[in-house]
Design a protein around this ligand. Structure first.
Ligand code: ATP
Ligand code: MG
Length: 255
């Protein structure tokens, strides 16, 4: 069965750091409405691939095509406005600000206020602000963070900080979400919450590309799994196919 290329694909993507080929001639696609996972040992090139896709690093070679557009020369904020957003392995939150502010500041639509605020009647501004507040409330509610809205992010548990980073992702209203190791450092209970959260997002129409080391979780929630080793794709397929792949089991799962 042919897989649909039209939503997102990378083609012959490469990136070297000095003599080290971190990502070497990588091609794959992500189908709209799927949860696709990228797995591989430490240093396999997963985060580098995210950095390339989201415009934080320029590729040496290859193409990144999102909804028919080549992203090669695009900057991170342009890519976000096209509907793609990512989290970071090290979260990148404003830890001295509240949970509320971290999500609120991630919402688009405040630029207009800055540029045109002086000319717009107060009433319109107030209405826009209320809509942004409403959206923040919705996101915090969806993530179960309502009670913690006023807390400083620095004072939260790691698990809650991860939820805030997902909140910022949802604030962008992007349809394609890239998550770098959302399950790392979480308790079993938090991982169960995360799993249903991610599947819930997919059933609400989001497309997810996930990097994680938690194999059980990955195999449980993914529609498609891509295995990277030393910057190259060594296998891809449905979770059951990956679990049955001898090379993957040998190289990665270490069995
Ligand atoms: N900015 C950089 N400069 C030089 N080398 C880098 C840089 N970023 C990554 N690398 C190297 O590129 C390779 C791929 O790193 P990357 O962070 O993409 O791996 P990863 O698959 O995300 O690993 P992990 O599972 O540990 O997060 C590693 O050998 C790493 O040391
Ligand atoms: Mg990484």
């Amino acid at each position: 069965m042919d897989r649909d290329q039209s939503f997102f694909r990378v083609d012959g993507l490469s990136k070297a750091f000095g003599g080290l080929l971190a990502v070497g001639d990588v091609s794959f696609l992500v189908e709209k409405g799927s949860l696709t996972s990228l797995i591989g040992p430490n240093g396999a090139g997963k985060t580098t691939l995210f950095d390339l896709i989201s415009g934080f690093l320029p590729a040496d070679e290859g193409r990144i095509v999102f909804k028919g557009r080549d992203l090669a020369q695009q900057k991170p904020h342009d890519i976000v406005s096209l509907g793609m957003a990512r989290t970071f392995q090290h979260l990148g939150l404003f830890t001295q600000l509240s949970v509320w502010d971290n999500v609120f500041l991630g919402l688009p639509g405040k630029r207009r206020e800055r540029l045109w605020g002086v000319f717009l009647p107060r009433l319109i501004l107030r209405r826009e602000e209320r809509a942004l507040e409403e959206r923040t409330r919705e996101i915090l509610d969806y993530l179960g963070l309502t009670e913690k809205a006023g807390e400083r992010v620095a004072n939260l548990s790691w698990g809650d900080q991860k939820l805030v980073s997902i909140g910022r992702l949802l604030a962008t209203d992007g349809e394609f979400l890239l998550l770098d190791e959302p399950a790392s450092g979480l308790s079993d209970e938090q991982i169960e919450h995360l799993k249903s959260l991610l599947r819930g997002l997919v059933s609400r129409g989001k497309t997810i590309l996930l990097v994680d080391h938690n194999m059980e979780a990955v195999m449980d929630i993914s529609d498609w799994v891509i295995v990277l080793n030393f910057g190259k794709i060594i296998a891809e397929g449905k979770p059951a196919e990956i679990l049955a792949n001898e090379e993957v089991v040998r190289i990665y799962l270490g069995v």
